[in-house]
Write a protein that binds this ligand. Structure first.
Ligand code: ADP
Length: 456
């Protein structure tokens, strides 16, 4: 089959769909190619947190923040390896992206929070679980407007180039070859390679072997977009920067079953019941510390205030009693009882919580350098959930400029090719802040869509 449209988008995750809506708002006709049988990619599995500074929600909560602070934490949190222009564009446009999503009908909770490895309370949480809020919002727009066609089960394999300009995509669908001609351009939004164990092992430099480490990723996160773009001369950068989280499910690597509700009110203890790291630190810092602990295994420990009612759910829409019934969380009316259930030394666990509570009361920082605190762990019942390291995100990818145009190895724009989302590199340096991916895909998806639509 052959189609002609204005803008072709490869990948129907958060970046691709943001780009589709944005391109449509700027007057283009769009075809989205998605290799899986459904939309959503890794975005639909994401915790949902979107970092945006300068939000009225922060003002209402009395949280001090600024675009500058978001910039500095993003840049330093990635070991100053990110491109400062790209970071500036990200942080400046993050709150406008929240407003844009709201204009499309998306709802966020009133409270902002600190997401794992996010370093600061600026995460906007959708009112529906995981990344469903984003994907549903885009899907609703697509359903309500003519001009965005989605081809599922259709895997892009090659970009079509004429006179040095990207003019379309060759793909394979369920009934054979699909050729899509693009009047304006192609947006690569095929995501990262966190589910591609071969690529993870190939590019891994800073972690021990990850052969036995599971991943939070959906099976389509195989990095196809990198090879497809490289074949037309795109520059790939930072592929060695792999993100692990310390909070994977021990059986699946997934984020499901994670009992934490934000950073401030929970601690991590090892198999002996002792704390071992600043639980408000960077994701790489926490995961490296966890890898040093016995069996690279931790318990998240928190109290009743995180689950005030039986209806209270975690990010995955799971109640604590459901998790307890599945032996994925444990409950004790005292810390000693909880310690008995999870098999850690009760004296150590009680001491860890007592020390934590002292710092919550005194303020300042604790022996691990932790500074993010809110309330004490002091209200029964107490809960614990087991977690292990898991591969989460790939920071490297296609080099872009602030217009989301793809660059070649000489730094020149590849005419007709745009890229957005996890498939791109250069924004997050060696370590992406928690909450910055959903900001990234909304901001750069939007930019890519607008620029591709205008590239007549
Ligand atoms: P991002 O957060 O950058 O949007 P996601 O992982 O959410 O990344 O989405 C990327 C999407 O791209 C996934 O739905 C994935 O299945 C899709 N994808 C990956 N490779 C291809 C390909 N070769 N052709 C079409 N779609 C692809």
């Amino acid at each position: 089959v052959e189609y002609t449209t204005d803008v072709v988008i490869i990948g129907g995750g958060g970046a691709g769909l943001a780009a589709a809506v944005s391109a449509h708002q700027n007057g283009a006709q769009i075809i989205v190619l998605e290799k899986m049988p459904r939309l959503g990619g890794n975005t639909i599995l994401a915790g949902g947190a979107l970092n945006a500074a300068g939000s009225p929600r922060q003002v209402a909560q009395g949280i001090e923040d600024s675009v500058e602070k978001h910039f500095t934490q993003t840049y330093e949190g990635g070991d100053e390896l990110g491109n400062t222009d790209l970071i500036q564009t990200l942080v400046e446009n993050a709150y406008p992206a929240v407003e844009w999503l709201e204009s499309l009908g998306m709802n966020f909770n009133d409270e902002v929070f600190t997401v794992l490895g996010g370093l600061w309370p600026r995460a906007h949480k959708p009112s529906t679980p995981l990344g469903t809020g984003f994907i549903d919002t885009y899907q609703n727009y697509i359903n309500a407007n003519e001009g965005i066609e989605i081809l599922l089960d259709t895997e892009a394999i090659e970009l079509l180039v004429e006179d040095g300009r990207v003019v379309g995509v060759k793909a394979v669908g369920l009934s054979g070859d699909v050729i899509v001609h693009a009047n304006n351009g192609v947006i690569m939004a095929a995501g990262g390679f966190g589910a591609n164990t071969e690529m993870i092992e190939k590019y891994n430099q800073s972690w021990p072997s990850l052969a036995n480490v599971k991943s939070t990723n959906h099976p389509g996160a195989t990095g196809d977009g990198l090879a497809i773009a490289e074949a037309v001369g795109a520059s790939l950068i930072g592929l060695e920067h792999l993100q692990l989280l310390p909070l994977g499910d021990p059986n699946t690597g997934s984020l499901s079953g994670n009992i934490e509700q934000g950073v401030e009110n929970r601690i991590f203890v090892n198999k002996s019941g002792n704390r071992f790291v600043d639980e408000g630190a960077r994701r790489d810092v926490m995961t490296k510390a966890l890898l040093e602990e016995e069996d690279a295994f931790l318990w998240v420990v928190l109290d009743q205030k995180n689950y005030p009612t039986p209806e209270t759910t975690n990010n995955f829409n799971e109640t604590i009693e459901e998790l307890i019934a599945q032996d994925r969380a444990f409950k004790g009316d005292t810390l000693e009882e909880l310690a008995g259930k999870i098999g850690v030394n009760p004296d150590n666990l009680v001491k860890a919580v007592e020390e934590f509570n002292k710092v919550v009361e005194a303020g300042g920082s604790d022996e691990f350098g932790r500074t993010l605190f809110d309330t004490k762990i002091d209200t029964a019942p107490f809960y614990a959930g087991a977690r292990v390291p898991t591969v989460h995100h790939t920071m490297g990818g296609i080099e872009i400029n602030t217009n989301a145009e793809a660059l070649d190895v000489n730094g020149n724009v590849i005419p007709g090719l745009y890229a957005a989302g996890e498939v791109t590199g250069g924004i997050h340096g060696s370590n992406r802040l928690g909450g910055n991916a959903l900001a990234d895909i909304a901001v750069y998806g939007r930019i890519a869509g607008e620029n591709a639509a205008k590239n007549k």
